[in-house]
Design a protein around this ligand. Structure first.
Ligand SMILES: [Zn+2]
Length: 242
């Protein structure tokens, strides 16, 4: 599918380098809700066809640690290959704040922490915006300080085509079909790497593989730290980078 975009003459741009009204711009975004080897495979593939994506990491994930050695190596690798980095935000984090000032302070802290782990941020996006409804207070125009571009701002959603594979479902039909009639119009495309595999497997099988690999990883971690357990061969790096 990405090769088709290439064939049609599209080039990837980041949110911060996007130029309004210019055709053939593709903003290729990956939100990292959970992390496996698929992101490495996908971003390597993108690089081979000359594409760079924008990878949004959660600072508050329950299933991966932004400060672990393996995730840090992955982040370095993405940066070295010319991909862009950004922040994926769970808006529910901000619902308990009583005042706007408190929310602003907390957001500023989150951006500062993200800068430490990810470096300069291209942009940010919201986790599960359709269900939670993005908090209007979290859009750039409502901050009293400079923030990165927001993937859900009108310029990247209402003023341009925006397509997402959320839960591995293309809401407007598969983009592979739609691409034929785009006529060079610029678009934002959200792909969750964790939903796809090089093999043709369905989403339930895909999740099963993720859970099983995670289980092996935990067993390996325990075996490494507890000498009475049998050795396991998988390492954190194998899991995220391959
Ligand atoms: Zn998400």
């Amino acid at each position: 599918m990405l090769r088709l975009f290439r064939k049609k003459g599209y080039n990837t741009v980041s949110f911060s380098s996007f130029e309004p009204k210019q055709p053939y711009q593709l903003i290729l975004r990956h939100d990292i809700d959970f992390l496996g080897i698929n992101l490495s495979i996908l971003t390597d593939m993108e690089m081979k066809i000359g594409f760079q994506s924008i990878n949004h990491f959660l600072m508050t994930s329950e299933v991966y640690n932004i400060n672990s050695l393996a995730v840090k190596s992955l982040i370095n690798r993405l940066r070295k290959k010319g991909h862009h980095l950004g922040l994926h935000i769970d808006p529910t984090l901000f619902s308990p704040y009583s005042s706007k000032q408190e929310l602003q302070n907390e957001f500023k802290n989150l951006i500062n922490i993200a800068n430490i782990y990810l470096g300069p941020l291209d942009s940010y996006s919201f986790h599960r915006p359709a269900i939670i409804g993005p908090n209007k207070d979290l859009f750039p125009e409502n901050f009293s300080f400079q923030v990165p571009k927001c993937a859900y701002s009108d310029e990247f959603t209402k003023s341009m085509i925006y397509r997402s594979d959320s839960r591995r479902e293309w809401q407007d039909g598969c983009i592979c079909q739609e691409i034929k009639d785009l006529d060079g119009r610029s678009l934002q495309l959200l792909i969750h790497a964790n939903w796809w595999d090089i093999e043709e497997i369905n989403r339930e099988q895909n999740l099963k593989t993720y859970v099983n690999t995670h289980l092996r990883l935990i067993k390996s971690y325990l075996a490494y730290n507890l000498s009475f357990l049998p050795e396991s061969k998988i390492s954190l790096k194998d899991f995220f980078i391959g």
